[in-house]
Write a protein that binds this ligand. Structure first.
Ligand SMILES: [Fe+2]
Length: 271
């Protein structure tokens, strides 16, 4: 533990599920490791196709993505995203962008509910409307809709978002022309650093459109995400921020996020 002043007045390792590694190319007997919350975790593929860890942590695999549960709270009630589109013939992908940044998982997931920044950062003509905002224990579910102009064309962007704790964000993005399913996995690597994996699949619509979407959508998703990175790296945490009307969900989000910090996370695994 260092004696420097921490950037956030709470742990960098809130309770919850975190993505650790891809497993789709693993064969029985293969061993790998990944870092979650400052801890290197070893795992191996068994002959029956089941992944096991070298410690008592709980893990879960879904469509080639492996997650581990950090902490002791809410293990029984917290669901995980089911990303069938990642390997579905009706969808193109998976596409993946990886970022490693100086931030906190709570700040990155907070971007989801911050509708005001969609205008200045992501080119929306006005802050998207929030059609629903529902808290379901450790899950936060919301849907938004707003106008956005790109290449001189204005279209409506609809988003259906589910946050599974502060480590996983699943989003369906439906515009007038393309439908995308995005999974953002935010994994704390150490006290200052988060590794973000941006997984996405694009719904197929026929050969011509698919060719165009395959060329255009991945760099556009990467570009939009890149706009957020310097903000996350330089945000200053304020316990009592001044919020505008479109930011009221930020206060609701932070109240929801408190549940992941209620108990000091017990580091049960070998470092
Ligand atoms: Fe953003």
């Amino acid at each position: 533990m260092s004696d420097r002043t921490p950037r956030y007045p709470f742990t960098s390792y809130p309770n919850g599920w975190y993505f650790i590694a891809e497993t789709r190319d693993m064969k029985p007997g293969d061993e790998r490791s990944g870092i979650v919350c400052g801890t290197r975790i070893l795992f191996r593929m068994q002959s029956n196709g089941i992944i096991v860890l070298d410690n008592a942590m709980q893990c879960h695999e879904d469509n080639g993505l492996l997650y581990v549960f950090w902490g002791t709270q809410q293990k029984e009630v917290m669901r995980l995203p089911h990303f069938v589109e990642l390997r579905d013939d009706g969808w193109m992908g998976p596409f993946n962008h990886v970022f490693k940044i100086r931030s906190h998982v709570q700040d990155i997931t907070e971007n989801t509910v911050d509708r005001a920044h969609m205008v200045n950062v992501h080119g929306y003509r006005s802050a998207p409307a929030c059609h629903s905002f529902r808290i379901d224990g450790p899950h936060l579910v919301m849907s938004t809709e707003g106008p956005r102009t790109m290449f001189g064309i204005t279209e409506t962007i609809k988003m259906d978002i589910t946050c599974y704790g502060v480590g996983l964000i699943e989003t369906y993005v439906v515009s007038d022309h393309v439908t995308t399913k995005i999974l953002i996995t935010n994994t704390p690597i150490d006290e200052d650093t988060v590794r973000i994996n941006l997984w996405f699949a694009i719904k197929k619509q026929g050969r011509l459109r698919d060719t165009i979407h395959r060329l255009l959508v991945p760099p556009l998703v990467h570009r939009e995400f890149s706009y957020d990175l310097p903000i996350w790296e330089n945000k200053i945490y304020r316990a009592q921020p001044i919020l505008c009307a479109e930011e009221k969900d930020v206060a609701n989000y932070r109240r929801w996020a408190r549940q992941f910090f209620q108990e000091a996370t017990v580091n049960e695994v070998a470092a």
